[in-house]
Design a protein around this ligand. Structure first.
Ligand code: NAD
Length: 278
């Protein structure tokens, strides 16, 4: 039996029009998986789905929904069921940080404005980042995993981050929200363990994408920021990763190759989480 066999399965990918998850959807489609690209950005979702269908020859649909709006997710599920049937795979990919939940300085030295530190963070920024990353994982799981539990089969893959293991400076809300995603991954894996539905997560290392560009590239010069140089300096493989480098782990977690694996968070990080910096 080929444990990697995924042909004719159906996957829902939230945030599927984004940099990482569009690549994940492509990788699944190349294995013969029908993909539903769910994104807030309808145009981008339709475009990615069209490209995927063309490239892979596997049906793909773009659906506009917000991972924070259960009724829009329910409507997406109805559409999914009428065209592809229920989801076998759910990738909870919508997520990200916000500038309003990011401090200007890494550590308090004593001579900076307090508003540039923890004290300048807005609770609205915390709400936004917690909602998108945590509730944005919870709600699609409530909507799409019920069919999996009823059919006693399915796999859920949450997208976490390096900052979930040890928080990164500046991004207090995003780090805490991704730590919550890891915790929830373990909780749900246990809760579902007897149902045949597995729950795991991938923690990508550092990639250069839209959500972190403002932290990693100097707007004026286009050069790497000091922070970006520090990241590369702490990544033993000495570079940023690419979205395509996450897809091997995705296929492993989505397929029977990992059939006895549930409740884990796999770092894909060029060695970042293993390195003490010395
Ligand atoms: P991205 O900004 O390219 O993509 C995110 C997508 O989510 C966008 O298409 C956006 O329209 C969509 N989205 C935003 N809010 C939504 C909502 N409420 N409902 C539905 N869709 C919504 O981001 P990315 O870098 O590809 O990140 C994807 C995931 O990977 C996120 O969970 C992110 O936290 C995580 N991640 C990214 C990195 C990185 O270096 N880029 C590293 C670790 C983890």
């Amino acid at each position: 039996m080929n444990e990697l066999e995924l042909k004719d399965k159906t996957a829902v990918i939230t945030g599927g029009a984004g940099v990482i998850c569009s690549e994940m959807a492509r990788a699944l489609a190349l294995q013969g998986v029908r993909t539903a690209i769910i994104d807030l950005n309808k145009e981008a979702a339709l475009k990615i789905a069209g490209e995927i269908e063309k490239e892979s020859g596997t049906p793909s649909m773009g659906l506009a929904a917000s991972v924070l709006d259960k009724s829009s997710l329910n409507a997406a599920r109805e559409e999914l069921i009428s065209r592809f049937g229920p989801a076998d795979i759910l990738v909870n990919g919508a997520g990200g940080n916000a500038a309003s939940a990011t401090t200007k300085v890494e550590m308090i030295e004593g001579n900076e404005e307090l508003t540039d530190t923890f004290f300048g963070l807005g609770i609205d920024g915390f709400d936004q980042v917690f909602d998108l990353n945590f509730k944005g994982t919870l709600l699609p799981t409530m909507v799409f995993a019920a069919d999996m539990v009823k059919r006693r089969s399915g796999t859920i893959i949450n997208i976490s981050s390096m900052n979930s293991y040890r928080p990164l400076t500046k991004i207090a809300a995003y780090s805490a929200a991704k730590a919550a995603v890891n915790n929830f991954t373990q909780w749900l894996a246990v809760h579902f363990a007897k149902t045949g539905v597995r729950v795991n997560a991938i923690a990508p290392g550092f990639l250069l994408t839209n959500q972190n560009r403002f932290l990693l590239i100097d707007e004026k010069t286009g050069e790497l920021t000091a922070r970006a140089k520090k990241i590369i300096g702490n990544t033993p493989m000495d570079r940023f990763g690419t979205p395509g480098e996450l897809t091997g782990t995705l296929l492993y977690l989505a397929s029977g190759l990992s059939k006895f694996v549930t409740g884990i968070v796999i770092p894909v990080d060029g060695g970042f989480s293993a390195y003490s910096g010395v």
